[in-house]
Design a protein around this ligand. Structure first.
Ligand SMILES: *Cc1c(COP(=O)(O)O)cnc(C)c1O
Length: 369
């Protein structure tokens, strides 16, 4: 049988089945039930904040975060050019306009040095993205946000447990948004969470995610709300995943170190960086194909696929996508990273032998043995 190494697969070797079975047996399968609260409390604790508000996916977590501050038509929200499309789309959902910022060459995240020039009287918020597991430069971003009175939503969908100067992502801005999609660091199938220390933001998020129903008066809805709830079954899986997250993160970091070691001296490839102030959790271990490689990025990906090794190209920069093609700016770094980047297999049960096989194949294909 031909081997196939996927980019990602979840690891359900803990209490996932036990907890889900408990939901089904007890009949508590919808959004009421003990697992939702347990998942929220444990995840907030994991991030080092007071509140966790579980929602149906990471995109609605970001949407809700914007709604909490009434960001809407006429407002601008600063986001990185190099990110998953959801970061930009949520800004449009509320009728505001995303303002794109180029990536930083060393961290691949939003370049804080370019933010100031894009702040106008319309700017209301910044959404830094902790891309592929590397935290954005939150110190500089928060300094700007404080100076200009901007709201900061961390898009931490790809970086559960990553740290900026010893503090976990999600606890650095005003609010943090996480995703638990199937290929994320931990998963609930579909799912998401907002985390915050702010009592008012947490209360309002709970209110809006449940049809904006009055706490005192059932079926009284003083404004238009949303059904952004998670189910007890999803939270049950999430709780089981969370019980093992430290093991999962430790393995992911080991995987990255192994990749780096195996690819050392291969000039056709540059490996995913880690700033000295950062703890990168390497959601997807990533490489850049350099000019010294025998094959270009797309050729390398096809050749890997033929050898049974799955990979993903980096996201297109947002400014290249049709809905955002009017964006002003140059975005040299984001464009370059996007054209050269590949995410390699990074799931926690990937073996060292498999990593050696992937790296040996890459070295042969790039002719950098
Ligand atoms: C996955 C992801 C999201 C959206 O999460 P979903 O749960 O898929 O809705 C948002 N931002 C980034 C950067 C992501 O990677």
């Amino acid at each position: 049988m031909k081997t196939f190494i996927p980019v990602y697969m979840p690891d359900f070797s803990g209490n996932e089945m036990t907890y889900v079975t408990d939901c089904v047996n007890s009949g508590w399968i919808s959004s009421l039930g003990k697992y939702v609260e347990r998942f929220e409390t444990s995840f907030a604790e994991f991030c080092g904040v007071k509140h966790g508000i579980a929602v149906s996916n990471g995109t609605v977590a970001l949407h809700l975060a914007l709604l909490l501050k009434d960001i809407g038509p006429g407002d601008e929200v600063i986001i990185p050019d190099l990110t998953f499309v959801a970061t930009a789309n949520v800004v449009r959902y509320v009728g505001a306009e995303p303002v794109l910022i180029d990536a930083e060459p060393f961290t691949w995240t939003i370049n804080p040095a370019q933010i100031k020039a894009k702040i106008t009287s319309k700017t209301k918020a910044i959404i830094p993205v902790h891309l592929y597991g590397h935290p954005a430069n939150m110190g500089e971003i928060m300094a700007l946000a404080n100076q200009y009175g901007l709201y900061v939503i961390e898009d931490a969908a790809e970086a559960h447990g990553a740290e900026y100067k010893g503090k976990r992502v999600g606890s650095l801005g005003d609010i943090g948004a996480f995703s638990f999609y199937g290929n994320k660091v931990i998963t609930t199938g579909e799912g998401g969470m907002l985390v915050t220390d702010d009592n008012d933001l947490a209360d309002r998020a709970r209110f809006l995610k449940d049809h904006a129903m009055s706490k005192e008066d059932r079926y009284w809805h003083p404004e238009v709300g949303y059904n952004y709830r998670i189910t007890n079954m999803q939270a049950a899986i999430g709780l089981a995943q969370l019980e093992r997250i430290e093991i999962i993160l430790a393995r992911k970091i080991e995987i990255a170190q192994k990749y780096k070691k195996e690819l050392e001296g291969c000039h056709g490839i540059a490996v995913q960086p880690e700033a000295n102030w950062a703890k990168n959790i390497y959601w997807m271990f990533s490489i850049l194909v350099t000019d010294e490689s025998h094959l270009n990025r797309n050729e390398l990906m096809s050749a890997l696929q033929e050898k049974g090794i799955d990979s993903r190209p980096f996201f297109y920069p947002i400014h290249q996508l049709p809905p955002y093609s009017g964006a002003r700016g140059d975005f040299f770094v984001a464009k370059d990273l996007s054209a050269r980047g590949i995410n390699l297999p990074s799931y926690p049960t990937l073996s060292n032998l498999q990593i050696e096989f992937v790296c040996q194949t890459i070295r042969e294909l790039c002719k950098c043995r």
